[in-house]
Design a protein around this ligand. Structure first.
Ligand code: SAM
Length: 211
């Protein structure tokens, strides 16, 4: 797996350990050195997917539709290395923070929208995006992915994290993930899956391409 251009591995605070990092204004109190901000995989499913060396297909500069942006922890890193980045979040409070994050990132476009209603932002998001990144952590996560497949270019990628407990707290996560993967089949061919421990408990990272 190659990291996207604009994502490097760097040491911080004189430590021997190295971390993923992107260049941009800090957002969540992360350490910054020489303009590089540490990307904390414990706070980012996509960061965890990159730490696990999943083959995301991200090379840098691509157009991204990000679903479940919250207050911008992960999408800020994405906008540091990607091209136009459309950030969908349906809760008004985090979107206010997201607007601040976008102030120093002219390729980041926050959208106060519901990812279950892609028709409400289809006129804003450009056609044929290279990647849909999804981290909505609510019931019906596979449905959200399927309904947003229409935005992807033929060779685009879904990069999604599915949280088992958001579907059903009582079921075995492996059973929940089997159902999620079966539901994705209507719109995607799944290329890779990876549990995101130790960074995120009971989450499955998925790379898929549209059918
Ligand atoms: N991706 C974020 C990050 O790494 O910085 C964290 C996302 S948090 C786990 C999930 C977010 O998805 C919440 O902010 C929640 O409001 C949002 N969300 C859940 N369902 C949504 C939907 N249908 N449309 C848009 N946002 C949604």
């Amino acid at each position: 797996m190659s990291r996207p251009e604009g994502v490097e591995r760097r040491a911080f605070d004189g430590s021997e350990a190295s971390w993923l990092a992107t260049r941009g204004e800090p957002v969540y109190g992360e350490p910054v050195e020489d303009g590089w901000r540490r990307w904390n995989p414990n706070r980012s499913k996509l960061g965890a997917m990159l730490e696990h060396e999943m083959d995301t297909g991200l090379a840098g500069g691509e157009t991204v539709l990000y679903l479940g942006a919250a207050n911008g922890t992960t999408v800020s890193h994405v906008a540091d290395f990607a091209g136009p980045t459309y950030a969908v979040e349906f809760a008004p409070r985090p979107v206010r923070d997201l607007l601040d994050v976008a102030e120093s990132r002219n390729r980041l476009f926050p959208l106060l929208k519901d990812a279950r209603k892609p028709e409400t932002y289809a006129h804003v998001v450009e056609a044929d995006v290279d990647a849909v990144v999804q981290d909505v952590a609510t019931r019906g996560q596979a449905r959200v992915a399927v309904e947003n497949a229409e935005f992807l270019a033929d060779d685009g990628r879904l990069l999604a994290a599915f949280k088992a407990r958001s579907e059903d707290v009582t079921r075995d996560p492996d059973d929940v993930f089997a159902d999620v993967l079966a539901d994705l089949e209507s719109a995607y061919e799944v290329l890779e899956t990876q549990r995101l421990e130790p960074y995120h408990a009971d989450h499955l990272g998925v790379v898929a391409r549209p059918k």
